[in-house]
Write a protein that binds this ligand. Structure first.
Ligand code: URA
Length: 262
């Protein structure tokens, strides 16, 4: 391949967007000949793409979510969750919430983790991303999304002109699940009051849930991420005056394992 040639430019572009393997020896144009998608998604996106406070009441077709998990569980009086709700409610800032979490022993994952992994980015951001849970590198550094998933997320953000400093990012659990397993319902429930409080404090304009665990636990939806992604929901806790628009998308780790979904 000649340096500076068209092929070289195309190869570099693929590397930039995170393509790291080829699927077949010949390229397939999956767009040519396909029909446009006349799905309800477009309607929902159009109706939900006005994240101003005044638009919330008029957005009738927006898919609504059920009660956030912590609220539902508190009603079932789980002691740990109730304590977590009470402690989280006392925090008035993102840093205050971090300090509260540092002293919180209600999540079993804390026992096996090296570090608390809470947030990274800009606490005044308009967009808040919630992932699943920290991996090995995040556990080592105490910062969310600094491993390979974070690398891809950074590229995805760059492709729409955003840097990590312009968003805030966190997870459904704040300590690494051993061996990177999916966090259990109990572990997510213990951390969820802090996630909800984070959303109340930051008051983002858009909430993005990365992957099925985040989408299911925040939206209270049973459907898988394949069905939820790309749709716009409305997320609200009891303490929020207005809902925030929320959308699930594939987790970067899934996209790394399944590049065709990129
Ligand atoms: N995957 C996540 O869901 N969160 C992280 O912080 C890192 C990888």
């Amino acid at each position: 391949m000649t340096p500076g040639s068209k092929s070289q430019t195309i190869l570099e572009w693929h590397q930039f967007i995170g393509v790291d393997e080829t699927i077949t020896s010949k390229p397939i144009n999956r767009i040519a000949g396909s029909k446009p998608r006349p799905t309800t998604h477009a309607t929902i996106i159009r109706e939900a793409s006005l994240p101003t406070e005044s638009s919330f009441t008029s957005r009738k077709r927006l898919v609504s979510n059920s009660l956030p998990m912590a609220t539902a569980l508190t009603q079932n009086s789980n002691d740990t969750v109730r304590t977590a709700v009470e402690l989280a409610a006392l925090a008035k800032s993102v840093e205050g919430l971090r300090k509260t979490l540092e002293n919180f022993d209600g999540c079993p994952l804390k026992k096996t983790a090296t570090n608390l992994v809470f947030v990274d980015g800009n606490a005044d951001a308009d967009i808040l991303f919630i992932g699943e849970g920290p991996g090995a590198e995040e556990d080592r550094q105490g910062i969310p999304f600094v491993g390979t998933s974070g690398n891809l997320l950074g590229k995805m953000l760059a492709s729409i002109g955003l840097s990590r400093g312009e968003i805030l990012i966190s997870n459904t659990v704040f300590w690494r699940p051993p061996g990177n397993r999916t966090p259990t319902h109990q572990e997510i429930a213990a951390c969820m009051p802090f996630v909800e409080r984070l959303i109340e404090i930051v008051r983002p304009k858009i909430l993005v849930m990365l992957g099925g665990a985040a989408a299911k636990s925040l939206l209270g939806e049973a459907q898988g991420i394949g069905r939820l992604r790309g749709r716009w929901f409305s997320f609200k806790t009891q303490n929020m005056p207005h809902p925030v628009v929320a959308t699930p998308m594939f987790h970067p780790a899934y996209l790394l394992r399944t590049p065709i979904q990129k």
